[in-house]
Design a protein around this ligand. Structure first.
Ligand SMILES: Cc1ncc(COP(=O)(O)O)c(C=O)c1O
Length: 313
């Protein structure tokens, strides 16, 4: 724990040890959930002596757009935030996989929801390995909690308070013995997992819910769609998915920065397809793995190398 407290983080516009990065208990965001965050992964590739950040600028672009929903906007560009993140990696001399957590939050210590325009932002990078072991395939279950509606609390916003919805769903899923929750939206369509997007393979097509079905527009989702089209020549369709389709389709998997590409072999106790990891899912998981480790030149544009610039692909 004390090692972790020595980790260098970005806080109040400077790089300080985590132990010095403290907020007041009356901080507005702590009470009202008025923060926006991101989750970015970095992969250490030993044979290249390099740590690759995956779609870092895209994460920061989403971060800045989402922050605007709360009338806050970190006064740095996505490029500058990426530079700070790379500097953090280097200053910590990380030679391991990492997870980066940027957070912008309303910072005034006071009671009352009315915003006062004051906010701060911070970036923490910590060593991070496997989020959920999906090597044998996951068992997912539909929970009774519904995905947040855009007209109540936008799921696409990655807003701190909105993650109570994910926590409730995760708790229910775990109580029922599932690895991960699947949330339906108010229309009864499949939206996503608690912290990840969902795909199914049906009749040779890769299908995923559209942004208007109350999903977070995941960057891993975008990567997988691109890999499926370019590398596997699959038709990729964004359309609403019914719960019963998850029981009758050939393959189902989750995607997310933390989750990566995670095969699902059972939904609500029903075996998906033959009950094994699907062929297309396995392929996409491997392609995503290779691309995010800088091993496929066509996808170098997704990556920022912390220790040396990525060679143009
Ligand atoms: C609710 C939710 N859906 C989907 C995702 C996947 O998004 P990404 O692939 O950008 O990490 C996440 C993770 O950030 C999430 O929290």
């Amino acid at each position: 724990m004390s090692d972790m407290m020595n980790t260098l983080v970005y806080f109040n516009h400077q790089i300080v040890p985590l132990r010095e990065a403290q907020v007041n208990i009356l901080t507005h965001a702590l009470h009202y959930g008025t923060g926006v965050f991101e989750g970015i992964r970095g992969y250490w590739v030993k044979d290249q002596e390099e740590l690759f950040l995956v779609r870092c600028e895209d994460h920061y672009r989403r971060f800045k757009l989402n922050s605007r929903m709360l009338d806050i906007d970190p006064p740095k560009s996505a490029e500058e935030l990426t530079e700070i993140t790379l500097e953090l990696i280097r200053r910590n001399n990380f030679q391991t996989d990492v997870y980066i957590r940027p957070l912008a939050y309303t910072s005034t210590p006071r009671i009352g929801v009315r915003p006062d325009g004051k906010f701060d932002f911070t970036i923490v990078a910590v060593p991070f390995g496997v989020y959920m072991d999906s090597t044998k395939g996951l068992h997912a279950g539909v929970v009774t909690w519904r995905r947040l509606e855009d007209h109540a609390l936008p799921a696409r916003g990655k807003i701190c308070g909105a993650y109570v919805n994910s926590v409730l769903a995760t708790n229910e899923a775990h109580r029922h013995g599932y690895d991960e929750a699947i949330l339906l939206n108010e229309d009864g369509h499949v939206a996503e997992g608690a912290t990840c997007n969902i795909f199914m393979v049906r009749n040779g097509k890769l299908i995923t819910p559209p942004p208007s079905d109350n999903i977070l527009e995941g960057l891993t989702r975008a990567c997988v769609m691109e890999l499926a089209r370019r590398e596997l020549h699959l038709e990729v369709v964004e359309r609403s998915i019914d719960r019963s389709e998850l029981y009758t389709c050939d393959e189902v998997f989750f995607t997310g920065t933390a989750m990566e590409v995670a095969p699902i072999i059972k939904v609500d106790g029903h075996a998906v397809g033959c009950g094994n990891i699907g062929f297309i899912t396995g392929h996409l998981r491997e392609l995503y793995f290779q691309a995010t480790r800088g091993r496929i030149a066509d996808y170098h544009a997704w990556l920022h190398g912390a220790y040396q610039p990525v060679a143009a692909g």
